[in-house]
Write a protein of this length. Structure first.
Length: 136
């Protein structure tokens, strides 16, 4: 069966090929509604697009328009740094979008998170319904 990838939000196994029960979705880590309703221009850039299982992205307990819990921000940062530290074609794009150094990228993500929370305030941030183990 196809190429297996790690899900950014839970430990469910996902495939990048479509047509299978566990095929992945491409999800906006910070919801797309931030662009539509709050003019967050950077939300459609590659640094914010992650692979997620269908349950996390659009299932009954899916993320939809909610901001993920802060614990997932580190997973996003690790994923972006992985691409930057590899020979992946997205390396320079992600650097240009988020910062040249680890510190700049961490500050960028934290600032974006804080702004998103201000735009979509909620006492509880989104987490998958069940704890499915370690991410990354």
């Amino acid at each position: 069966m196809g190429i297996r990838k790690e899900n950014v939000f839970c430990s469910r196994e996902i495939l990048i090929e479509q047509g299978f029960e566990n095929s992945c979705d491409v999800d906006h880590f910070f919801p797309h509604m931030l662009k539509e309703h709050f003019n967050f221009k950077d939300v459609n850039q590659v640094w914010n697009l992650v692979l997620a299982c269908k349950g996390c992205n659009r299932g009954a307990g899916g993320k939809f328009y909610r901001i993920p819990d802060i614990t997932f921000l580190e997973a996003l940062n690790k994923r972006n740094n992985f691409y930057i530290e590899s020979h992946h074609p997205l390396k320079e794009t992600i650097k240009n979008q988020t910062g040249r150094s680890h510190a700049e990228r961490k500050t960028f993500l934290q600032g974006f998170y804080d702004s998103a929370v201000d735009a979509i305030p909620s006492k509880e941030k989104w987490k998958p319904r069940e704890n499915l183990g370690e991410r990354f």
